[in-house]
Write a protein that binds this ligand. Structure first.
Ligand SMILES: [Fe+2]
Length: 413
């Protein structure tokens, strides 16, 4: 898909936020890509009061499961692994309520959960046969280029064609092999790395979700293999009252990414998860998780984990124009991102096309916005959003039978 604005430039950003530098400046978009030099088309003046980042990437989500409230253990008896949680979810009143919504509606709701938190790329951790009918129609990029397992245990949900076949396919196609791993403390769960090692499937294609049972040796093996991990602290704390040894992963040089998981256990969205991650880190270690480290966990690191670093995850020339403009709510652009709320998002693009644009920046896109967008109010401002978020919210409320508040949709329809 292409914007009717083939070329435009974003001028006067308070900073272009990169890993290596945060210079004040301008950025040009040409045919959906970040371009060197000055674009021919209209100029959008950011007025020196906004930061420009690569659009965020949510490495771990389940698009069928983004309903609320959360479902967790009763009292202080936390789970031993994910399996009793799955039983509790399916027996819960909220699961019954969720059944009023179609799978298609859940996929679109989940896209908006991500979009309204600055995410343009995500993974839906479900087998291809479930999400393939929906992915090409969603407003954000939900990657189809992955192989998977549910977990690596005898009692996992047997997603995909089996660990060895799925992993081999990932290697052949240069895709990630994505699996929950060591999400629990029973002996088998804690042997996740051992199982993969014995199958010959431990390498740089692997993306491990959770990793709460990882020993120091498992962490060292993950680093040596060049595998990536998804840290999902909110989900972990709800279910297990503990998360992975995150500082050891970082010290070992593992490619650490931050994922939301579904809202049945995780945060409302990625911006909330970032705040939760910092709180957990502070509680665990008594020091602050650097905002720049957090920035990497939602941009360059997940791009690398998805093997898409040549396409997205930074503002380098030639990459897809997947861009996020935030109000400069803090002097430091990394801190501004770590503290951002949905109401701070001024512009989010995918391949140069606005997914969300506030009215004040909308002029060059007027023709495009007239078709295929709805206008809602976020934080008192009018924003134009790709697709039909307000209609969807109304339809969902009608299907449930009352005005359900979905806290990842920051507007009233
Ligand atoms: Fe998950």
């Amino acid at each position: 898909m292409r914007t009717t604005v083939e070329a435009y430039s974003l001028r006067n950003a308070a900073a272009l936020v990169q890993e290596s530098s945060t210079k004040r400046g301008n950025l040009s978009v040409q045919s959906g890509k970040i371009s060197a030099g000055k674009a021919a088309g209209p100029e959008i003046d950011l007025g020196g009061s906004s930061f420009l980042y690569p659009a965020l990437i949510n490495i771990h989500d389940h698009f069928r499961g983004n309903y609320v409230p959360q479902v967790g253990p009763n009292g202080n008896a936390f789970y031993i692994n994910w399996s009793p949680w799955d039983n509790d979810l399916k027996a819960s009143p909220v699961y019954k309520e969720r059944a009023n919504i179609t799978v298609e509606q859940m996929y679109f709701l989940s896209s908006y959960k991500n979009l309204f938190s600055g995410v343009a790329t995500a993974n839906d951790h479900f087998p291809h046969e479930i999400n393939e009918p929906f992915l090409p129609r969603l407003p954000i990029r939900v990657i189809g280029e992955y192989t998977l397992a549910h977990e690596c245990s005898s009692f996992d949900l047997k997603w995909g064609d089996g660990i060895e076949i799925e992993h081999k396919r990932a290697v052949e196609r240069n895709w990630p092999f994505i699996t929950h791993l060591e999400e629990g403390f029973d002996p088998e769960s804690q042997d996740g790395i051992g199982i993969l090692e014995r199958l010959g499937c431990l390498d740089g294609h692997d993306v491990f979700i959770h990793c709460i049972g990882f020993s120091d040796e498992d962490i060292a093996k993950t680093a040596k293999a060049g595998a990536s991990i998804s840290w999902c602290p909110a989900s972990n704390m709800l279910m297990f009252n503990v998360t992975c040894k995150i500082r050891k992963f970082l010290e070992a040089g593992v490619n650490v990414c931050l994922g939301t998981d579904s809202t049945h256990t995780g945060s409302a969205n990625l911006l909330s998860e970032m705040k939760f991650a910092r709180k957990v880190f502070r509680d665990m270690y008594g020091t602050e998780l650097p905002a720049k480290t957090l920035y990497r966990m939602v941009t360059a690191n997940p791009a690398k984990a998805f093997r898409m670093q040549d396409r997205t995850g930074s503002l380098d020339t030639g990459k897809s124009a997947d861009l996020l403009v935030l109000k400069a709510i803090h002097d430091d652009p990394y801190e501004a991102l770590a503290k951002a709320e949905p109401s701070d998002i001024r512009l989010l693009t995918l391949e140069g096309v606005p997914l969300l644009v506030e009215e004040a920046l909308a002029e060059p896109f007027r023709e495009l916005l007239a078709k295929g967008y709805e206008t809602v109010k976020v934080g008192g401002r009018k924003v134009h959003v790709r697709g039909t978020p307000a209609s969807l919210y109304r339809d969902v409320r009608k299907a449930i039978g009352f005005d359900k508040k979905l806290d990842y949709l920051p507007f009233e329809p």
